[in-house]
Ligand binder design. Sequence first.
Ligand SMILES: [Zn+2]
Length: 393
Amino acid sequence: MANDREAGEVTGATVGSVMRALSTRGPSTRADITADTGLSRPTVSRTVAMLLSDGAIEEVKDADYAGRGRPAHLVRLSSRRADTLGIELGRGHVAFAVTDVSGRVVLSASRDTNAVSSLIDRAREALAFVVAQTAHAHVELGKLRNVVVGTPGPRYRHPDAHPAIDVSLARLARERALVADLIMRQLGVPVSVGNNTRYTALAETNRRRTAGLSVDDLIYLRVDEGIGGGIVTGGELQAGAWDAAGEMGHVSVDVNGAPCFCGGRGCLELVASLPAVIRAAGASDLDDLRERATTDPVAAAAIAGAATATGGVIAGVLAVVNPSVLVIGGSVASLPGFIDRVEAVARATAPSWATLDLVVEAAATDHVLGAIGAAAAGHAALEGAIPLVNRDA
Ligand SMILES: [Zn+2]
């Protein structure tokens, strides 16, 4: 380090120190950065010059300067340069979020899409949406370092069918590989594809942390077309051996029940997902179900039955994982009385230590949350790596 300081040399370590200082402090003078990093003035000066020419940081415009007098040549992380891109290919919507090098979300958006279109079609639609929106907002994608895509369904790693595995899972695995390939070819960066509800769990956790809450142990449950979720313990999103930690819809509620596509039997998803509740209620669709939820005893009983089964599964999850926060979202969860009943059943069934301090909340209805969580996962994967920068700059 002493040699670096004296020589004013720009290295991966000096770049990392300067970026971290700017991420923590916000707009800073070179003197601020020198004080924060302990690097020499020539080193800070050269590193800042290189980052400015690279576009990773930018001079603060006079109009943005809130201090008194002339701005003393402040610089900050560029909000015009995307570092990580998160994409969610949901059922019925596509969304994206881009972060800067500090992990801050600088742009996010979602749009409705055809719920029955294929994953690859939704990926094409999402890419076009990302390109148009970032161009409109003058956010550059050229220096992007990675992309994380969230889609419904657990990640089945093998593209070949297996006797114990439903063909739909093998097909999903092949579609995800195509999606990763499509995006990688268009954007030229590594792409990973995982489950969207896992990323939403991460985003729900970060949302509370940003609001100043200390949340290290959170369960996110989504009751929708399928039933899934994510588990955050010790502040980390849990993946599991097959990236399937959080698949609460595939906990059995009837060991003699019908076989499920997952290879199990009597899964919660078979009795409490949206299609199951619609069928039990004799409804035609979600809107019909919602309309009849409080007036038709058959519909009310179908919703209550699904909530009771879900509450029983959640009680088990609470007993085993012991979270401090339980977040419930999805179309079925938005039906009248559903979350209240899940909570009542879980509290009545689970051990007292699992529920005494438990906070139960409805999930944000924001469609960009899964994409924001995917971007957060992408940023976390990069942390510790030497940021950015043309090696030949
Ligand atoms: Zn199942």
